[in-house]
Design a protein around this ligand. Sequence first.
Ligand SMILES: NC(=O)NCCC(=O)O
Ligand SMILES: [Zn+2]
Ligand SMILES: [Zn+2]
Length: 506
Amino acid sequence: NQFCEAGIGYTECGASPYSPSKILIKGGTVVNAHHQEIADVYVEDGIIVAVKPNIKVGDEVTVLDATGKFVMPGGIDPHTHLAMEFMGTETIDDFFSGQAAALAGGTTMHIDFVIPVNGSPSAGFDAYVEKAKKSCMDYGFHMAITKWDEAVSREMEIMVKEKGINSFKFFLAYKGSLMISDELLLEGLKKCKSLGALAMVHAENGDAVFEGQKRMIELGITGPEGHALSRPPVLEGEATSRAIRLAGFVNTPLYIVHVMSIDAMDEIADARKSGQRVIGEPVASGLVLDDSGLWDPEFKTASKFVMSPPIRAPGHGKALQGGLSTGILQLVGTDHCAFNSTQKAFGIDDFRKIPNGVNGIEERMHLVWDTMVESGQISISDYVRLTSTECARIFNIYPRKGAILVGSDADIIILNPNSSFEISATSHHSRSDTNVYDGRKGKGKVEVTISRGRVVWENGQLNIAPGTGKYIEMPPFGYLFDGIGKADSNYLSSLRAPVKRFKATT
Ligand SMILES: NC(=O)NCCC(=O)O
Ligand SMILES: [Zn+2]
Ligand SMILES: [Zn+2]
């Protein structure tokens, strides 16, 4: 079987087709974003059919004892890149290995970014449909927009109305490849608004980054540390501010992906204070790491930390954690975009050639629990909101996803707060030979993952098969669009009547 991979722990490699079963989770504390209670959860055919105390079932039902543990919605990672062609290579994790890693870490759905082929959204979509055929868990798609013309504008419409995509990402960085101009961003924002689709931006000033990179090379700084030095936080702050102002001008909601700096977060805070609909997504690496790894004398170690925007100096991560606990930032992603050390070595003589990206799809749920819940910065309901529910709400698939409610998909985790985790590049489920969190230990362990009503992770073993994951269509006009039309008509009626002028007579 082409999917069999020796030594990475799939017990059912190439196994039997998807077969939902009956499961009763007994005696755990069921946590939703709005509420928690001690209750049993009964699952049939992939759907939650009862949540209440003392559910009685027959012998044919698999019973899981969750006493003393938390029963929560599976994580939803809003930001991943599986099988992505980028910087002259392809990410090492595809839709099978990346999702296997996700399930082992308690994430049961992710939203990946379709990259257009030669600028064409529909060709990109077709390519990603192929890539995703080996999926073993549910997934959705965002779509990047990398050029602008009538055909792209029409295809965006098809993506939203026929293909289940409700968000488009615009890159303000990666000059010469994915980067777009302000003119294109404006067109894209207008189109997103008309379709009820959420505009997302990678916010760094790509022209200034290009200049910063030249500066570093001229100074003889060619190693991984040059990556961070060439694109300082001010360039992230500038692009975040610009994107926010343009989205405000168009009056459409905006989602800032991978917020890595205080500079960017401050712009988001100001916009939200003024009532603008801006969502800020920090990622696991930005929350828990700092830039010290980039100065490691070993290239293999330093290069694994290269991602964009860069992992920042100490202080930024702690501030971003504060942003999450105080509501400035709304959800946590990973930007999982894994390259192995051979791929990273493309940039051994020039940091500009190191493929940008770090792992995280397997580690996010543990890192957020340990960093945010164990430290007392957020409640357990907040944890559910930040890792699952808010993502489902923003992308308009709540309460099918992101909740333990009757009728919701049975994507469930059981987390033991008294157990602990340890991250290692030798035991993780990604195909990469490195891990940016290598050696990290913490409290709280996802002991069971249930995906669509099947136990797929238990006793440290995966039980998965390629082709069992489903594409989740995401409808437009999510909650962020509520009332946008009213704001537009208030704006129009607030305009003063045009001045009447007399035509000059000859
Ligand atoms: N972030 C990163 O370094 N790689 C993935 C592409 C992106 O999200 O910008
Ligand atoms: Zn990005
Ligand atoms: Zn990304």
